[in-house]
Design a protein around this ligand. Structure first.
Ligand SMILES: *Cc1c(COP(=O)(O)O)cnc(C)c1O
Length: 229
């Protein structure tokens, strides 16, 4: 299928999920995850009007960013080593994988040196799988408190990854758990500003994630495809 057709197909499915859950499509943003595809395909993605580009490793993103970075809004969605912060800090506007204090310290330091602000999602391991990164839900409140004075990190929301399920419906408790955690954080005013965003849902499970309140879905294979090599 060509990119345009895949975009139309995804758009229809987003619309339907919004209708089912009484939500507005304006509140659901798509990050086109280009980690599996070439520079050429990434350029096409931008040319087709998709603005948000997601990459999970700087080594893979570098060539694309150098060619196209002035065009899109770039989201770092993978595990970020502290020593890689310097590479991505003034290139990626969003990081979806803020999961520890040492990383927050380094982001704050580098962003303050450049006098910029980076938007961050705190990654939470709702499912409890030990293969997944992210803070345990019970540690999120104290983490937010520790980074509350980091003025160059704007915490916009929470991110999670659900286990891959043969039946996407089985991911629902994970997404619901993240939404409930966000609402609890806001009830307790644990951040400088209330957090509104939920980064959750991938190719296999984005419709369930939308039904549970996702505001950023991260779509790779189903939207931009997957190239070999
Ligand atoms: C690769 C990746 C995605 C996209 O995966 P698909 O299943 O291809 O949509 C989304 N989020 C993260 C964190 C990823 O690493």
């Amino acid at each position: 299928m060509a990119l345009k057709e895949r975009m139309n197909d995804v758009e229809t499915r987003i619309n339907d999920a919004c209708i089912r859950s009484g939500r507005s499509t304006d509140d659901v943003h798509v990050v086109a995850v280009t980690k599996y595809v070439s520079l050429e395909m990434t350029a096409q993605v931008l040319n087709h009007g998709l603005l948000h580009i997601g990459e999970n490793r700087w080594q893979n993103a570098e060539e694309k960013w150098n060619a196209l970075g002035h065009e899109g809004i770039w989201h770092f969605i993978g595990h970020l080593q502290t020593n890689k912060v310097k590479d991505i800090i003034n290139k990626f506007q969003y990081i979806h994988s803020l999961d520890r204090f040492s990383l927050a310290q380094e982001l704050e330091k580098k962003a303050s040196q450049l006098d910029i602000e980076i938007k961050a999602f705190v990654q939470v391991n709702i499912s409890g799988e030990d293969t997944k990164y992210g803070l345990a839900p019970e540690n999120v409140a104290s983490f937010l408190n520790e980074i509350k004075d980091f003025n160059h990190i704007q915490v916009v929301g929470l991110m999670t990854m659900a286990p891959f399920e043969g039946h996407p419906e089985d991911t629902r408790p994970v997404f619901r758990g993240l939404r409930e955690l966000r609402d609890e954080i806001n009830r307790q005013s644990l951040t400088r500003e209330p957090i509104t965003e939920l980064s959750m849902g991938m190719s296999n499970d984005f419709e369930v994630a939308i039904e549970e309140g996702s505001t950023w879905i991260r779509l790779g294979s189903i939207l931009v495809g997957k190239e070999e090599g």
